[in-house]
Design a protein around this ligand. Structure first.
Ligand code: SF4
Length: 243
């Protein structure tokens, strides 16, 4: 049984050679401050939402304390060495608090893991971790936090991610999913869609084809404009020359 995650499937679709670098050769990922800040903010919000679930005190001082704790507990992070990263993370958290403190909602699932087989005959499984699931009167609402800015339209990668999570919630947690939200912390604005069964079925077809190619170790490069933001562009001999 081949175990795939949304991240793996998405990277293979981005470029099979990038998948090979990351998951077969296990090339270390470069240190990208923006990505690290996003990860810190995710963890801090997760701890804040856990307190909500446990009916513990939640206010701005608590949020700031959780951010400080994260830095104090991480041996590789040092506020004096990375002042910009500290400031950027704090700005995202300040903005989130200002925009949402009046109603932080009530999460029912946090950092929820799932793994399912798309069909009994499928030779692969899909797994992942969902940031947050809330309950609405008509069903579950999946929320995925992004540290960047809100795009004008939901990119296909995010649409695919949210629909993959909906499958995870429906199959593993047996909950009907009513809403899919991507929340962009840099703008404190979101895009909300309803699950689309036709899109979901087409996505599962895409995933089955990708899983076959992963199993066949078919890692031929697909260079293009996207090489410009590939994590492996500095080592890749197939990189498009104009990127
Ligand atoms: S640089 Fe381009 S061709 Fe090379 S792995 Fe990245 S996306 Fe693929």
């Amino acid at each position: 049984m081949t175990r795939l995650s949304f991240t793996k499937l998405s990277l293979f679709e981005f470029c099979p050679t990038a998948y090979r670098y990351r998951y077969v050769e296990r090339v270390p990922m470069p240190f990208v401050p923006r990505i690290v800040v996003g990860s810190i903010v995710h963890s801090v919000l997760h701890r804040l939402f856990e307190r909500l679930q446990e009916s513990q005190r939640v206010d701005k001082a608590v949020l700031d304390g959780l951010h400080a704790d994260y830095w104090n507990d991480a041996p590789q992070l040092d506020r004096e060495r990375f002042p910009d990263m500290w400031r950027d993370g704090q700005a995202l958290l300040d903005g989130y608090w200002t925009a949402n403190h009046a109603d932080l909602g009530q999460p029912v699932l946090l950092e929820s893991r799932f793994r399912f087989r798309p069909s009994p005959a499928a030779g692969f499984s899909i797994e992942g971790v969902i940031d947050r699931v809330d309950e609405t009167p008509s069903g579950a609402a999946i929320i995925d936090y992004k540290s960047g800015r809100r795009p004008e339209r939901l990119p296909d990668r995010l649409r695919a991610q949210l629909h993959t999570y909906a499958l995870g919630v429906e199959q593993v947690h047996q909950r009907k999913v009513e809403r899919l939200d991507a929340y962009f912390l840099a703008d404190n604005d979101g895009i909300s869609i309803r699950p689309d069964p036709d899109y979901r079925d087409a996505l599962l077809g895409r995933y089955a084809a990708t899983a076959d190619r992963v199993k066949a170790e078919s890692f031929a490069a697909t260079p293009g404009p996207h090489c410009g933001w590939c994590d492996f562009r500095d080592r890749c001999p197939f990189r498009a020359t104009d990127t």
